[in-house]
Design a protein. Structure first.
Length: 171
């Protein structure tokens, strides 16, 4: 049985992961508008990962006999000034999510919920990768500084990311 405090916090995390998917889908739309289909493919995969994260929390709550409460998903930002501005926001957002995961771990330890603490360790590790992959693209974009040739090359590279599952992607 889940403690009500951790149950509420985990339900809020389902919402935060779904919002992450929304935010990255907004970036997919933004990149498609710019004609950067490789960036859009990369962000589609990222959004898919967030849906998987949300379902991991969802399934864990169910498995522990908890009660799911689906909260309203906030409307994400839709426009950015440049590809690097979007990726900087993605990186910042991942840092925010890392902070949330750390808070969840602290709460699990505080109430001596070892099972939840253990489940969260997967996310602790995942967030290292999540931050690193967004930051890597920020660094590359900073390096090419809006030069069309550089953006084109990064677009090609990002377009090679293999999606988790098949979804319609605008080519
Ligand atoms: Fe679910 Fe990108 O953290």
């Amino acid at each position: 049985m889940l403690d009500s405090k951790i149950q509420n916090a985990l339900n809020e995390q389902v919402n935060a992961e779904m919002f992450s998917a929304y935010l990255y889908l907004a970036m997919v739309a933004y990149f498609n508008d710019l004609g950067l289909s490789g960036f859009a493919v990369w962000m589609t995969s990222q959004a898919q990962e967030e849906m998987v994260h949300a379902m991991k929390f969802f399934n864990y709550i169910v498995e522990r006999g908890g009660r799911i409460e689906l909260l309203q998903i906030e409307k994400p930002q839709a426009e950015w000034d440049s590809p690097i501005a979007a990726f900087q926001d993605a990186y910042k957002h991942e840092q925010y999510i890392t902070g949330r995961i750390n808070d969840l771990v602290n709460l699990a330890i505080e109430i001596k919920d070892h099972a939840t603490n253990q489940m969260l360790q997967w996310f602790v590790e995942e967030q290292v990768e999540e931050e690193a992959s967004a930051d890597e693209v920020v660094q590359k974009l900073a390096y090419v500084q809006d030069a069309p040739g550089g953006i084109y090359m990064i677009d090609k590279e990002l377009g090679a990311r293999v999606p988790l599952f098949t979804m319609p992607v605008r080519e």
